[in-house]
Design a protein. Structure first.
Lengths: 275, 314
């Protein structure tokens, strides 16, 4: 990420960091009463471990390793990370999805902290491949992490990109598959089954495995590991994770609810975090 | 500006090597067409800066976008049909939204291929013209192809440049020719009755027709417009409005390309100048050699001359 960063507290545990990300996600959605809260909550552990436990920085505080958000609709999780990095203030983030706000639900390249235009799903992995190729060409020791979703795997370009990643032996590239089992029209298995995801990536030359996306020790081990072949971490995230009533919300792909629901969710998050 | 007609071998390949020698940041991507787009000299001299992506143009455009974010200048090279129809959303998202400093070189423009709709890029200018921030160039000859490629390598955004491969005609004198984005070139002055506006090799066809008409006593002006976007609206309007009728000629569908761009200019200037658009009619073109297809589409010199003369007589 090229955006400059202010001083970031390093004495915050990853558990606390994930909780803070979840708090920000709920605050952002509460502003307008709607948003991709399910994804933001689900990705909080991954984002906390990746950004605050794995991705390396340069001496000037900028990140050497790069994060590519292909699944643009999950921008809410990245915005919450960027708040932790001092790029955005909560007041502005509360404008999430509002007319005139730069806190878009699916932002374009150029929005601070967003490396690419994600959200036209299926395309981000190609750009991540390009970044990994470019880093190698320029002798830069940089890893590239690309977040895609399971529904997104239905786009053929993902597999073009996967083929090129292994052909060019991009061991610095790690694909993070948010395998949450849902997409716009319903359950991924019902819309267009994508399993077995691990086998598919392995057959494309990846070193692939399923990782518990809410277990920080597993996440850190898997995210830090890399070798000769590109990696694919398949993450069966639980949409709404951390807010029990959201975990069972029937429209968790996109939640639109009155303010009391969001207020209750915030209380649930704090209760669950203390448990 | 015009010189005695000659030809050059693989002018794009030479220009690419020429640029790569002085620009270490220049990288080239191909989707399994390096041998057919004059890339071999580059990949032989600069193998580490050549990325073979295989038959996957959508992926190639995305990779180009990612490469650019590491500080290099990507040049993505393929056929026009694949650079546009096949990977339109990828060009739009990965290269145009940034915008990303990048160059797409798109070969087999219009009818310059014996295959039909699969390979004839008759709609690429229309598609690229619709993308915000895209620079769209259709060069006339070897001189302009080289100059336009080299002259846009410092652009801040994406450039779509139609490529001409193999032995390419040279009509413009390279001595003193400087490409500037948007600049139009009056190649024949002509009278006030009818003027012809061309782009790409369509301008060469226009010059053939204009010569035939001159031989028959009708002096017709020819304006060459290599940059379809950004279009020098004022210069085009000024040149066209001095004439009673305008004929546009392009190696592209008459829908959405040069003819449409000129129509927009004339209408928005309230010019009232009559316009006839010539190019590939709104149907899939024939197969075969360029002369054969031109004949089938009414784009050979005789047919063009008759069409232009008809406008002068109205």
């Amino acid at each position: 990420m090229s955006a400059g960063t202010t001083h970031v507290a390093t004495d915050i545990s990853l558990q606390e960091r994930a909780l803070r990300i979840r708090r920000t996600v709920l605050e952002m959605c509460r502003g307008r009463g709607q948003g991709y809260a399910g994804q933001g909550l689900a990705l909080a552990d991954l984002m906390a471990c990746l950004w605050f436990g794995v991705m390396r920085r340069e001496d000037d505080g900028t990140f050497r390793d790069r994060f590519v958000l292909s699944t643009g609709h999950s921008a809410i999780a990245l915005f919450a990370v960027l708040r932790e990095l001092g790029i955005y203030e909560l007041d502005e983030l509360r404008g999430y999805g509002s007319d005139g706000s730069r806190i878009e639900e699916s932002p374009l390249e150029g929005t601070p902290g967003f490396e690419i235009t994600g959200g036209s799903l299926g395309q981000g992995l190609s750009q991540a491949v390009g970044m990994a190729l470019g880093a190698r060409l320029r002798n830069r020791d940089a890893r590239v992490f690309c977040l895609v979703s399971d529904g997104e795997l239905q786009e053929g370009q993902v597999w073009e990109a996967a083929m090129s990643a292994s052909h060019h032996r991009l061991g610095t590239l790690t694909v993070l598959v948010d395998n949450n089992g849902i997409q716009a029209d319903g359950a991924t298995s019902a819309v267009m089954g994508v399993e077995p995801v691990v086998d598919k990536f392995e057959s494309f030359g990846f070193d692939a495995e399923v990782i518990d996306p809410h277990d920080h020790a597993q996440l850190l081990g898997a995210l830090r590991s890399h070798g000769y072949a590109p990696r694919a971490l398949v993450l069966p995230t639980i949409p709404g994770r951390g807010v029990p009533s959201f975990e069972s919300h029937h429209k968790v792909h996109y939640i639109r609810a009155p303010d009391d629901v969001w207020k209750a969710a915030q209380a649930e998050l704090e209760t669950a975090a203390r448990a | 500006m015009l010189s005695e007609p000659t030809a050059a071998d693989a002018p794009f390949g030479d220009a690419l090597v020429e640029a790569a020698v002085v620009r270490e940041d220049l990288v080239v991507l191909s989707a399994d067409l390096s041998k057919y787009t004059d890339l071999v000299p580059f990949l032989e001299q600069f193998p580490s800066r050549f990325f073979q992506i295989g038959m996957a143009e959508a992926n190639m455009m995305g990779i180009a976008g990612g490469l650019a974010k590491t500080g290099v200048r990507p040049v993505a090279v393929t056929y026009g049909v694949f650079a546009t129809r096949r990977s339109y959303d990828q060009v739009a998202m990965a290269l145009a939204t940034g915008p990303t400093a990048s160059t797409i070189v798109a070969f087999l423009p219009g009818i310059t291929t014996p295959f039909r709709a699969t390979h004839q890029a008759i709609d690429d200018l229309a598609l690229m013209r619709a993308l915000p921030g895209m620079t769209v160039i259709d060069p006339l000859d070897a001189t302009e192809l080289r100059a336009a490629f080299l002259g846009t390598l410092d652009s801040d955004g994406p450039v779509y440049l139609r490529g001409l491969r193999g032995r390419v005609d040279r009509l413009l004198d390279p001595a003193g020719y400087e490409f500037r984005v948007g600049r139009v070139l009056p190649l024949r002055s002509g009278g006030n009755e009818v003027g012809v506006v061309g782009t790409g090799i369509g301008t060469a066809w226009a010059l053939e027709a204009a010569q035939a008409l001159a031989d028959a006593g009708l002096d017709v002006g020819v304006l060459h417009v290599p940059t379809i976007k950004p279009l020098d609206v004022d210069s085009v309007a000024e040149w066209c409005c001095r004439r009673s009728a305008i004929v546009t000629i392009e190696n592209h569908s008459i829908v959405g390309g040069l003819g449409s761009a000129v129509a927009e200019v004339l209408a928005e200037h309230g010019a009232g100048t009559r316009l006839r658009r010539l190019g590939v009619p709104d149907r899939w073109a024939d197969a075969g050699s360029v002369p054969h297809i031109r004949g089938r589409l009414g784009l050979d010199a005789d047919a063009l001359a008759k069409a232009i003369a008809a406008e002068a007589d109205r």
